[in-house]
Design a protein. Structure first.
Length: 429
């Protein structure tokens, strides 16, 4: 995919540095607020069930295959003919396959309809890759194909947002049963009894070991202590049990952090009170991804491993902390929107480390693929909760000042299309 952001950035390098420094200072807070609030839901909200439906499309097939015609995955090489990650959003009059009524697993902060979001146009679009068609998501076919399989989605609150979307789509056929949650309801596991399919979401925002000092409201009492050469055991312990894994990371690296390597403090990212070398988050993200990718590429894992690129926020006219909002109600076209500096920097690190890892993985017979959902997501500034992360935020006061969320995604919403693409790769591909 071509975002052409590199060229754009070169022209702007001058004042970018200043902007960046300012942005980084505040992003730590921003992400703390947005991510944290939504990650620390009271258990009662986390327990809500869900139902759904969605649309999906397929790569270059000369003939459209009828639903249910072949349940078995097709040969691997078909999918390579089409770049599923470059394309446009096109109208989809049939809308999402699930609703806030049918799906009880939608987290309240992402349940935009229930929270009173007035417009519904953002629901009627589907992702259309430039060079091929992908069929609508077919929950029954997905479940049939994934009989006796185990999935894990590993990352931060966007990963949880993603899993809820997938569960909502699949629950149109069968309700998943929650079979596990950790103490804080951040990692969970569901089972589809008739299909013996297990889907886990594993909370691991850094992928490497981290000590996070934030209270229940996301107020931090100290920098994150980040161990760049130690794994977060939450996912490595069960790694070999999963047939399909989707990793992602990114935004949490923007937070203030003390970096450790070889049991020694080597520096930090934004720690003015500590007399430490300022190494910055780019250093840390490179190191950590190298470490994680090296594990993956040499792991002898027999399943399918995906690395999902981090996704952009769409705060306009300010950031999360300065009244930024995301008022758009329709998608934009490629070229009409630019990836923000921080999003581009994270993405560049991801692509660079992935490319290196992919070579090593294929040498070792490990199936590692990139889920490059950045562009697809970038084109959907209309898909975030905005003020509707809270229940009817303007009910009492039409002019109320409300914290906007222009990072997570409404459910149903554009993130459902991630599953369209994933289904195309794993089931139809
Ligand atoms: C779904 O949203 C509608 C508003 O669009 C609301 O009336 C209804 O109560 C919601 N249902 C659930 C189950 O959240
Ligand atoms: C369910 O799937 C798991 C693998 O995820 C397998 O070990 C187990 O035997 C399956 N159970 C049944 C009843 O087939
Ligand atoms: C790690 O630290 C030990 C001493 O604590 C040192 O002997 C070793 O060389 C270090 N390893 C690396 C890779 O820096
Ligand atoms: C900061 O660390 C450097 C080198 O470790 C040391 O020379 C300097 O005195 C320290 N400054 C303060 C204020 O502790
Ligand atoms: C909201 O703001 C507008 C102009 O900014 C003002 O005219 C109106 O009275 C305000 N309404 C309330 C309920 O405060």
């Amino acid at each position: 995919m071509k975002l052409n952001c590199t060229q754009w950035l070169r022209n702007k390098q001058g004042h970018m540095l200043l902007k960046l420094v300012v942005a980084i200072l505040f992003m730590g807070l921003a992400f703390r607020l947005v991510f944290f609030r939504s990650t620390r839901l009271p258990p009662v909200l986390e327990e809500i069930p869900l139902t759904e439906k969605t649309e999906l499309a397929e790569p270059p097939l000369p003939v459209q295959v009828q639903e249910n015609e072949d349940q078995a995955p097709r040969e691997e090489n078909v999918e390579e003919k089409c770049d599923l990650f470059t394309g446009d959003w096109i109208p989809n009059p049939s809308g999402p396959i699930y609703t806030n009524q049918s799906c009880s697993l939608i987290e309240s902060h992402q349940n935009c309809m229930n929270n009173g979001r007035p417009d519904t146009g953002y629901l009627y679009w589907r992702w259309n890759p430039r060079d091929c068609e992908i069929p609508p998501f077919d929950p029954e076919r997905f479940l049939e194909t994934m009989r006796h399989k185990t999935w894990a989605v590993i990352g931060d609150s966007i990963s949880r947002n993603h899993v809820q979307s997938l569960l909502c789509m699949l629950s149109m056929v069968e309700q998943p049963v929650q079979v596990y949650h950790d103490e804080e309801y951040r990692s969970k596991r569901w089972h589809f009894p008739s299909y013996n399919l297990t889907i886990s979401v594993i909370w691991s925002p850094f992928l490497v070991e981290a000590a996070i000092f934030e209270d229940f409201n996301g107020v931090s009492t100290s920098e994150v202590e980040l161990y760049l050469d130690k794994f977060d055991k939450k996912w490595t312990d069960s790694y070999q049990n999963f047939d399909y894994i989707i990793f992602s990371s990114g935004e949490w690296y923007l937070k203030s952090a003390i970096y450790h390597e070889n049991n020694t403090i080597v520096g930090c990212h934004y720690c003015p009170k500590r007399n430490l070398t300022q190494l910055g988050f780019v250093f840390a993200y490179h190191k950590a991804l190298q470490y994680v990718f090296n594990f993956i590429a040499t792991s002898n894992h027999k399943g399918h491993i995906f690395f999902r690129t981090s996704t952009p926020d769409h705060f306009e006219n300010g950031e999360w902390f300065s009244g930024g909002t995301c008022p758009k109600t329709t998608p934009v076209k490629e070229g009409e929107i630019e990836l923000k500096d921080l999003n581009r920097i994270l993405r560049d690190v991801e692509l660079e480390e992935f490319e290196k890892a992919a070579v090593e993985a294929s040498r070792n017979g490990v199936k590692l693929k990139l889920l490059d959902l950045t562009l697809l997501s970038l084109l959907r500034p209309d898909g975030h909760p905005g003020p509707y992360r809270e229940f009817h935020p303007f009910a009492g006061d039409k002019n109320a000042t409300v914290q906007n969320d222009c990072l997570h995604w409404c459910l149903p919403g554009p993130i459902d299309s991630w599953n369209d693409v994933i289904m195309e790769i794993v089931v139809n591909g």
